[in-house]
Design a protein around this ligand. Structure first.
Ligand SMILES: NC(=O)C1=CN([C@@H]2O[C@H](COP(=O)(O)OP(=O)(O)OC[C@H]3O[C@@H](n4cnc5c(N)ncnc54)[C@H](OP(=O)(O)O)[C@@H]3O)[C@@H](O)[C@H]2O)C=CC1
Ligand SMILES: Nc1nc(=O)c2c([nH]1)NC[C@@H]1CN(c3ccc(C(=O)N[C@@H](CCC(=O)O)C(=O)O)cc3)C=[N+]21
Ligand SMILES: [Mg+2]
Length: 293
């Protein structure tokens, strides 16, 4: 069993991005600038957004954080997004999810200009991704593709089983693994809560990607010997032995599953850091006008 080290790989990508920013700087080009909108004070969201600002500093990007009370109206939030759309200094914007129930995430997503949508959630970017046209890819699936690409893992012709069909992880992951590209060219099965006999599906997987949000859901008897296992899930569970008072759990029962795998991602240190690296890659492409010249 070998570990897909997301933390290390993310750090390598950040170094590559930092070198490119330095080159942009000497050439007098546009320094990439990422803005994040955070509504409310969900502790997990706070932590993610703080990390994103830190990542920007490390690679030499500019960053802005716009914070709003959870009582902000939908219209006021949409106005802020329209203002960012018009702000030439800001190349990319992400609106941290989840949003309060009175705000439509879909309206927020569609208000953001596609060329600044570095999360890749706007229907224009989703459509371009599905057609294999150049576009921002959603950060988590993009990060997973980069991880697979940077290790000696062949995906072509393999059977990939994705657990979870959310619009931010499972659904785009299934599209990307099936498309004619590298990584890609898999035969893909997409499972969700209505799937019957899930274990019969997961046992077929050469590559198993778990994105359900149920801690330690994937057990050893659900995994084929030699499979590549990608654990997207991150759930905070109380843990009095930790200084923070909580520990992070993946969707995979790591201790029992790892011995069966050829490769596996740990939690933390797997997909999470790769998601952050992918967001930086998208922001670099935004500043370079790679997809929307
Ligand atoms: N590491 C990272 O960078 C990121 C990690 N995450 C983590 O990944 C996990 C998934 O996130 P997200 O996709 O947003 O989650 P969602 O809750 O939006 O989606 C969960 C999916 O899992 C399916 N599901 C739930 N229970 C079962 C079950 N018993 N059997 C089969 N399918 C089931 C649901 O099916 P149905 O559609 O039928 O309801 C749904 O499609 C979370 O732990 C989240 O924190 C998320 C984003 C980034
Ligand atoms: N608009 C939007 N875009 C997102 O991309 C988005 C979002 N909203 N809402 C929440 C989910 C979740 N997500 C993670 C990002 C990084 C880590 C990450 O860095 N994880 C570290 C641990 C971090 C920690 O210690 O908490 C790791 O796994 O090693 C995890 C999860 C992005 N999401
Ligand atoms: Mg992210």
């Amino acid at each position: 069993m070998q570990i897909l080290d997301g933390k290390q790989t993310s750090s390598t990508i950040q170094d590559e991005i930092a070198a490119e920013v330095a080159a942009i700087r000497s050439a007098g080009g546009k320094i990439p600038h990422l803005a994040a909108i955070l509504v409310g004070n969900n502790p997990a969201s706070e932590a993610y957004v703080r990390n994103k600002v830190k990542d920007c500093e490390r690679v030499g990007f500019g960053s802005s954080l716009f914070r709003f009370d959870e009582t902000i109206s939908e219209e006021a939030l949409l106005d802020k997004i329209r203002e960012v759309n018009e702000n030439a200094e800001i190349d990319g914007l992400i609106v941290q999810l989840p949003l309060p129930a009175h705000i439509s995430a879909e309206k927020v997503t569609e208000t953001l200009a596609p060329e600044k949508d570095v999360d890749g959630f706007h229907p224009v970017n989703v459509g371009r991704m599905a057609k294999n046209l150049p576009a921002y890819l959603p950060a988590t699936p993009y990060g997973i593709l980069e991880l697979l690409k940077r290790y000696p893992i062949e995906t072509s012709g393999k059977h990939c089983v994705v657990l979870g069909r959310s619009h931010i992880v499972g659904s785009p992951m299934s599209i990307l693994m099936a498309r004619n590209d590298n990584p890609g060219n898999c035969t893909v099965t997409l499972c969700h809560s209505r799937t019957k006999d899930l274990k019969a599906q997961t046992l077929q997987a050469d590559i198993l990607i778990a994105a359900l949000g149920i801690p330690e859901f994937v057990k050893a008897d659900m995994v084929k010997e030699g499979a590549v296992v990608i654990d997207v899930g991150i759930t905070r569970v109380e843990d009095a032995s930790k200084k923070s008072g909580f520990a992070l759990r993946g969707d995979v029962a790591y201790d029992e599953v790892a011995p069966r795998c050829s490769w596996i991602t740990p939690v933390p240190g797997g997909v999470g850091p790769m998601t952050r690296a992918a967001l930086l890659l998208n922001t670099l492409d935004a500043a370079k006008r790679s997809f929307y010249p």
